[in-house]
Structures are given as structure tokens and as C-alpha cells.
Design a protein around this ligand. Structure first.
Ligand code: SAH
Ligand code: SF4
Length: 444
């Protein structure tokens, strides 16, 4: 059975790595003659690229897959494909197999490059295809040609993670660290620059360990120096950095390479040494604060963002007070805060003292209120200052204004003409909010 439709509808959940993987998957479908659509009625294929980092993500995704059933009922030729991290877990494969019989294709994180073959098999046999690999295999560089989409692009430099933080499912579903060859990374970025990309963000679960697994090892700092020389690339960002692996060489590169943005995303996760140890993070709060001091001494006006988990098993009021205290001392520009979520198969899920939902939510609110206060206070210091903004487009909320970001990754909104899009302009800040700066362009 087939359908006359030619559209594909992508649903992507989770981190930037998944966003990037979805671009690759979309490239395969385009090469097969399908066309991206945002109208579900037009879709011959629904492609769900899933996440499993927290239970809330999985619940949302399963709910969404449930909603897709009606399209399959209306047109049995429609294909529903579920891939990515959630589908990499054996218990989820079983759940999808048994409770979601209308899902036609289930694949994991290690065989994305086989989407065309898996889909063809599905279409030709009319049977469901379940193909989840347990090991990661080689890196595939023979992926669809990359289409730049605007001024900014994400570039995956490595896959997997070796850290096994005790709460985290990522190493189990993404496999061990594998670095792409520097030549492949640079070639991709050069091609993006030719298409007009000015800003790249290098992606990996722990970019600081980039290159250690290569036959001819190259440090992350050296890769950054090479990327900083690609013609046309004006801004280079990277994420994520594990604090235990920030080497002096990286700090030096941040200080010396002009294209490197003055921003680091440095997840601290908790402010209590006891909890950091239980999380398997390999640094203390003191190590973290000293590292911040070194980074800030080397890179003027450095913006620092972080991730924090509240309610890790065994977290006492005292431990949580340590997290609040660290947040006050660290003065983060922004923090992504999460309620601890039990992930089956991780060591923390087996710990006896799981924290109840109300305590977690209560701590979460306190942390959020404190961080919002700090974010606003940091932004207030920018009042009256002039910042360089790479202009990305019209503001979604107010079409009379343009929006862009500073090197420190803050969103700036200001009135201006379309011809400024793609330019870096000087903007004087005259009003600030927790997450946005407002201003006006300085006359040239
Ligand atoms: N490799 C990156 C990103 C990992 S996932 C890093 O190390 O920072 C992004 C964030 O999700 C993590 O930093 C952590 O704060 C959060 N996270 C991971 N597992 C979680 C869990 N079980 N419960 C709640 N938050 C979690
Ligand atoms: Fe998860 Fe830790 Fe690896 Fe980040 S470094 S992906 S938190 S195990």
C-alpha cells in the first residue's frame, strides 16, 4: 500500500545533537524525492527523532506518537518512523513494538545513516522494520550534502560520551566517544561558509575530550584554532564542556582566537561536594569556582551558562543550600535547571533515597527565582553599553524590530531595516529584561 503524498513531517526532541541529526535525516528523505512539510495532512512520512534524557521528554514523545495514529488510520500508506535516543533503549523498543503497532519503522542512534534502506524495506515489504544496533560502529561521512539554513549552523565534531555521570542515560544510548577527523570537520565548515554561514557551534557531549581517540590525536583547542581560521566564519561557539576537562590550552585559545565567542556553557550540575561525588562528576565546588576565576581572568566579559539538577537522590536541604550558594558565587548569565529524573539502567536510579516530587519542585522554584534575579542583575550592568550584534532576522514578537545575538550569546532586539540582516552592528542597550536586551543601532 502506498500514498500519493510526497511530504515528510519531522518531529525533533532533545538537544542540538538531535537537531543536527534531524537535518541529516531530512537530507536523506529529500534525496529520496520527499519534500519537507509542516502540514501533517501532506505527510507521507512522519519522522520522530526522540530523546530520553528525562522521563518528561519520553512521556511527551509517546503522547505525540499516539496522536500520529489518526494519520495512519486515514491513509494506511503513511509511514510512521521513530528513531533516536528513546528508541535506542530495549525496553522502549518493546513498548513501541507492543503498544504502538501502527509505528512502521523503529531505529536507534547508531544506524541513522541507513534510513533510506530501512525506509525502502518498509515500503517494499509492507511490514514493520525494527532495526536497533547495540554498538556504535564507524562514523559515516557519506551523508547527504549539507544545505546551510541562514547565518548559523551546528556542526557535530564528536559522538557519544565516556563519562557515565551517575544520573545520565546518554552514554548508554549514544555509545562511546568517537571524534570526527579534523579534515572532515573543517571541510564541512568551509562549505557552510561558502553558503553564507558566519557562525558555527561545534557540538559534542564533552567537546573537551575531542581528538583523544584519533589515530593522530589533535586537541580540542587546536581544532578551535583551525576553525577560527576558516574564511567567512566570524563566530565560533562550542558545547558542551565538562569542567573536569577544561585544559589551560583551551582557556588560552579562548583568549587568543578572535572568532571564538566570549561564552562558555559549563554545566556544574550541583553545588554540594557530596552530591558531585555521587554524580560521578570528578570535581569539587572549589575546583569549579577556581576554574571560573581562571576563565574570567583570561577572557574579558566572558558569559557563563550552566546546567543544574535539583533533587538528585540523597540531596539534603544542606546540599541544596550549597547549590544556591554556588549559584550566588558563580554569577551565571543563565542556568538551565532540571528536576532530577530517574533513568532506568543508570546507577542513580538504584539509589535508595529518591527525593519526593514536592521537595524537588520547591527547590526548583527557589533556584529559578535566584537565578532570574542574577541574570537580570548581570544584564542591568549592560544598560548604556554598546554591544556587537550579529543580526539574524526580524523579531518574532515584534516585526518592526530586528533580532540578533551578542558574542556572549545574549538576545538583542532593536528597530532596523532588513538590509542589516547578516551584518554585525553596534547596538546601544537602553532597556534590559531577564532574557533579552533592547536597544538602538549606533549611527555609523
Ligand atoms: N553532555 C552534556 C549534556 C547532557 S544532557 C553535559 O554533560 O552537560 C543535558 C543536561 O541534562 C545535563 O547537563 C543535565 O543537567 C541534564 N540531565 C541529564 N540527565 C538528567 C536526569 N536524569 N535528570 C535530570 N536532568 C538530567
Ligand atoms: Fe551525560 Fe555526563 Fe556524558 Fe554529559 S558528560 S552526556 S551529563 S554522562
Amino acid at each position: 500500500m502506498s500514498t500519493d503524498k510526497k511530504g515528510f513531517f519531522t518531529l525533533t526532541y532533545g538537544c542540538q545533537m538531535n537537531e543536527r541529526d534531524s537535518e541529516t535525516l531530512a537530507g536523506f528523505l529529500q534525496d529520496m524525492g520527499y519534500v519537507a512539510t509542516e502540514d501533517a495532512e501532506e505527510a507521507a512520512i512522519f519522522l520522530v527523532n526522540s530523546c530520553c534524557v528525562r522521563e518528561s521528554a519520553e512521556r511527551k514523545i509517546l503522547g505525540k506518537i499516539g496522536e500520529l495514529r489518526k494519520y495512519k488510520m486515514a491513509d494506511p500508506g503513511v509511514i510512521i518512523a521513530v528513531g533516536g535516543c528513546m528508541a535506542q533503549q530495549p525496553h522502549m523498543v518493546e513498548k513501541l513494538r507492543n503498544s504502538y503497532p501502527y509505528v512502521d519503522l523503529i531505529f536507534g542512534t547508531h544506524n541513522l545513516h541507513r534510513l533510506p534502506q530501512m525506509l525502502t524495506e518498509c515500503l517494499q515489504s509492507g511490514e514493520r522494520v525494527i532495526d536497533v544496533w547495540t554498538t556504535e560502529g564507524e562514523i559515516h561521512e557519506d551523508l547527504p550534502a549539507r544545505q546551510a539554513n541562514g547565518l548559523k549552523a551546528h556542526v557535530t565534531i564528536m559522538y557519544g560520551c565516556n563519562n557515565f555521570c551517575s544520573y545520565c542515560i546518554v552514554p548508554y544510548v549514544r555509545g562511546r566517544e568517537r571524534s570526527r577527523l579534523p579534515g572532515d570537520v573543517i571541510a564541512e565548515i568551509t562549505a557552510l561558509a561558502v553558503q553564507g554561514v558566519q557562525e558555527v557551534t561545534l557540538l559534542g557531549q564533552n567537546v573537551n575530550s575531542y581528538g583523544k581517540d584519533l589515530e593522530n590525536p589533535l586537541s580540542f583547542a587546536d581544532l578551535l584554532r583551525q576553525v577560527g581560521q576558516v574564511e567567512g566564519i566570524k563566530r565560533v561557539r562550542f558545547m558542551t564542556s565538562h569542567p573536569k576537562d577544561v585544559e589551560p590550552e583551551l582557556i588560552a585559545a579562548m583568549a587568543e582566537v578572535p572568532a571564538l565567542c566570549p561564552h562558555i556553557h559549563l554545566p556544574v550540575q550541583a553545588g554540594s561536594d557530596r552530591i558531585l561525588r555521587a554524580m560521578n562528576r570528578y570535581y569539587t565546588r572549589q575546583d569549579y569556582l577556581l576554574l571560573l576565576g581562571r576563565l574570567r581572568a583570561a577572557v574579558p566579559h566572558l558569559a557563563v551558562t550552566t546546567d543544574i539538577i535539583v533533587g538528585f537522590p540523597g540531596e539534603t536541604d544542606e546540599d541544596f543550600a550549597d547549590t544556591l550558594d554556588l549559584v550566588r558565587k558563580a554569577q551565571f548569565d543563565h542556568a538551565f535547571t532540571f528536576l532530577y529524573s530517574k533513568r532506568s539502567g543508570t546507577p542513580a536510579a538504584e539509589l535508595p533515597e529518591q527525593i519526593d516530587g514536592e521537595t524537588k519542585r520547591n527547590r526548583f522554584q527557589q533556584l529559578l527565582a535566584l537565578q532570574n534575579e542574577i541574570s537580570l542583575a548581570i544584564n542591568q550592568r549592560l544598560l548604556g553599553q554598546v554591544v556587537d550584534v550579529l543580526v539574524e532576522g526580524r523579531s518574532k514578537n515584534d516585526a518592526t524590530r530586528l533580532t540578533g545575538r551578542t558574542g556572549s550569546n545574549k538576545i538583542v532586539v532593536f528597530p532596523g531595516d532588513d538590509q542589516l540582516i547578516g551584518q554585525t552592528v553596534a547596538v546601544k542597550i537602553n532597556e534590559v529584561r531577564t532574557w533579552t536586551l533592547l536597544g538602538e543601532q549606533l549611527a555609523k
